[in-house]
Design a protein around this ligand. Structure first.
Ligand SMILES: N[C@@H](CCC(=O)N[C@@H](CS)C(=O)NCC(=O)O)C(=O)O
Length: 210
């Protein structure tokens, strides 16, 4: 049995969407990050990083959204949310997934939590520098999608769900992923999927959708 520790509209969203795409049974365990529950002792036992998401699979506890997504893909290969292990496409999958979580996501964290890095008076400059780093990365995603529907191979994978999640986080930034035309088509495609719609409904996510 899977249990996903989540807070709405966070890094738990891609694993949540994927669990629904896979059509597996799972339980949602809410950690209210606005109330600081990620720092409660009861949750620190699950994820000592004090972050969501975490996944409990019959006692195996995983954290890091990208690791959770890849693990789920591996346990349900028939669903095709990652290409087969040992293929060139699987290499592409690792490349894009790791790049999203390792290159774009940290700059987004700088944008959302500047107080963790710099004194308040430097916060605006720090955020704008993070944005400057993000803009060409999102342009790369847009460029990748200029003549293809999905980021890896010719069908949706967990990489697309992850890219969707990160793109959504730009919705209130001065530069938004949705304004990039090729990426926008991907966002619309993912948004139209029943698994995404259900995730939004259950997490209580409202406009702007992304
Ligand atoms: N690298 C982690 C980052 C997770 C993360 O930053 N989660 C945020 C929500 S998007 C969180 O738990 N924030 C609460 C906090 O930082 O106190 C992952 O991808 O799973």
């Amino acid at each position: 049995m899977y249990a996903l520790y989540f807070s709405p509209a966070t890094a738990a969203m891609a694993p949540h969407m994927l669990l629904r795409e896979l059509g597996v049974e799972f339980e949602l365990r809410r950690v209210d990050t606005e109330k600081g529950e990620q720092r409660d002792q009861a949750y620190l036992v699950v994820n000592p990083n004090a972050r969501v998401p975490a996944l409990d699979h019959d006692g195996l506890v995983l954290w890091e959204a990208a690791a959770i997504c890849t693990y789920l893909c591996d346990l349900h290969p028939e669903a095709g949310f990652a290409p087969p292990v040992g293929t060139a496409l699987r290499g592409e999958f690792y490349k894009w997934m790791t790049w999203l979580t390792n290159t774009i996501q940290p700059d987004m964290i700088c944008w959302f939590y500047p107080e963790r890095y710099v004194p308040a008076e430097d916060s605006e400059t720090f955020k704008l520098k993070a944005l400057d780093r993000m803009v060409p990365r999102f342009a790369m995603l847009d460029q990748r999608l200029r003549d293809r529907e999905w980021l890896v191979g010719d069908r949706i994978t967990a990489v697309d769900l992850y890219a969707f999640m990160l793109s959504r986080w730009t919705r209130n930034m001065p530069k938004r992923a949705r304004d990039l035309p090729n990426l926008r088509r991907l966002l619309d495609r993912v948004m139209a999927r029943p698994a995404t719609q259900k995730t939004y409904e259950v997490e209580g996510i409202v406009e702007p959708l992304f």
